[in-house]
Write a protein of this length. Structure first.
Lengths: 336, 336
DNA sequence: CTGAAAGCGCTTACAG
DNA sequence: CTGAAAGCGCTTACAG
């Protein structure tokens, strides 16, 4: 029943070494021999056992992907980007997201410590010292996606949150001449959020609006957070002309609040977001926001990781690539 | 540097057999011996190599998950359901979705043929003969999620599309007394879609509306499909009182069309959907729809699959569980 | 309760 | 170009 390399070798009248060479595409085998082995293999329905191969080569052809719990909207895009690229190069993807039963740390230890994967892609909103220690101790390469905290001495792929925020706020100022621009920020300890806030401040400063044109309230990247943040801004004696929500989910909450208060977007107040989540195109008017290249982040991470696995030298180098975002114009900012 | 079972055995003054037994929690080891081994292991930072373990046991503790390309909204929920349950039982998840570079068939062959996984969960909208053949030939167990086509002799977990559709249409008839109920159907070759259509017809029939109260146009589960389907229904001389969109994505398209035509929902026409996708709660008014227990589908599939892996007898039995859906009432049907 | 040894199915340096 | 043999790091039936 079970057909292994021995059976193929026997039938083909060669040694298992030769069969092995045929399947690893060694050029040490003559074409006729190769043909014969391949023919027999087909007949017997032989597929080399990847586990045995892994044990022998000390390589698994598998990468581990560790994701945080809350990536919701992005989840599929990331996995797709990773999966597609990995497949192109004939690698497998072991996925693990943190959830109620498990945290990132555990998963990382499991992946890095065992021989189950040859490298890992880690998406962690925040790298703490314990995580850094695991990374340092491990001999397996790791690539960070959108990581915050101390990410030195690692390979990093990030999104240009600062520039994205700067650009969209600049759009509000330059194209629409809004004078007072409010912002509902993201979580204080989230690095994406911090960079977005910085981009906002920078744009205001550039156009001299930082003194009287700024109005900031805290938020948390959730729909409810956006709902309350919007209400808070709107209840100010001086009303903002426009509001920059630090992410689209909060913008959704803002739409709800506006609806409730019968405030029209963009007639009464302009609104913009960040992320370009799927949902944002269905808001009315369509949300003006910043597009984030999620799938690309995934595929770039894979390419780099495989490079690190193949070339040990690369592993030592720290590396950062910041992917640029692009503005998505909808009607919510006041554009036609 | 590399610490293996030998090193631990040596340091602990026992044989590798004993170390192995300690880590597989055999009760054949005395507590003091166990303690000593565990202590040394901690010191040396020893983790048993899962690949070697797999080769020896002929088990990988890994399940493969094969998903179609287009599950968008559900993707994360399914993976989460599967991942969480698998983790509870200490299993790993190898994910693979079909995409531009790969189809379901290839992935399935790869998973089933090689020794990379002990079983697979397959979500295929349609099982064709080639897929069935692969399943039949493989000695590894497989569980089907929401599969269509000939799924006999397999383990299946499905959603009760028929009942869900029946219930929501019945709601339109019973609670709102609508007399003419249109429907935009899903793809002709999609089994979910077919069952939903059947539920719709059954409800109309039950209440004697099948003669004059039915109005059906084709659709394709896409936003655009819903947009055009809605327009087509609305352009009829006799207008429907309510429309059942075969899925929420199409309902989104219907909202867009309604907005454009200045048709109010539900005042001018009631609208309901199916799936309860994340987005549907943000439509105005909130979409009345049918909730589908996606994560549960995933976790149930895992539980059953692991059962099949552990108990070979189970593997032979065909099995179907149909998870029931529930009605989610929003404002779009005319409810307060 | 513990150990020596065979075996899981491959890869690859070495010898020819 | 090909083969015999050691080795990858475990598990487990067998013997004690």
């Amino acid at each position: 029943m079970k057909v292994d390399i021995k059976k193929v070798a026997e039938k083909a009248g060669v040694s298992i070494a030769t069969v092995s060479r045929v399947f690893s595409n060694s050029d040490l085998v003559r074409q006729p021999t190769k043909d014969k082995v391949l023919k027999i293999s087909k007949e017997l329905n032989y597929i080399p056992n990847p586990i045995a191969r892994s044990l022998s080569r000390q390589l698994t052809d598998t990468i581990g992907v560790v994701l945080p719990d809350l990536v919701g909207e992005f989840f599929m895009d990331i996995i797709h980007g990773i999966d597609e690229e990995a497949y192109k190069q004939n690698w497998f993807v072991l996925v693990s997201s943190s959830h109620s039963k498990r945290n990132i740390l555990e998963t990382l230890i499991e992946f890095m410590g065992s021989g189950r994967v040859d490298g890992v892609i880690l998406m962690a909103p925040q790298i703490d010292e314990r995580i850094n220690e695991i990374i340092r101790k491990s001999k397996r390469p790791i690539v960070l996606i959108n990581a915050g905290g101390d990410t030195n001495n690692n390979a990093n792929f990030k999104v240009d949150n600062f520039q994205g925020a700067y650009t969209i706020v600049e759009h509000l100022i330059q194209n629409h001449s809004y004078k007072i621009i409010g912002m509902v920020e993201g979580p204080k300890d989230n690095y994406d959020a911090i960079d977005r806030s910085n981009g906002y401040y920078k744009a205001l400063q550039k156009y001299g609006l930082n003194k009287n044109g700024s109005m900031v309230v805290p938020g948390d990247f959730s729909v409810e957070g956006g709902y309350h943040g919007f209400k808070k801004l709107i209840s100010n004696k001086v009303k903002p002309d426009a509001i920059f929500m630090a992410n689209d989910m909060m913008a959704v909450g803002a739409y709800q609040a506006a609806k409730e208060l019968k405030i029209r977007i963009p007639e009464d107040i302009a609104l913009v977001g960040f992320d370009d989540i799927y949902l944002s195109q269905f808001l009315h008017p369509r949300l003006t926001t910043v597009h984030v290249p999620i799938a690309e982040l995934g595929s770039k991470a894979v390419i780099h990781l495989l490079g690190m696995i193949k070339d040990k030298k690369l592993k030592k180098k720290s590396f950062v690539e910041i992917l640029s975002t692009c503005l998505v114009i909808g009607g919510s900012c006041g554009c036609a």
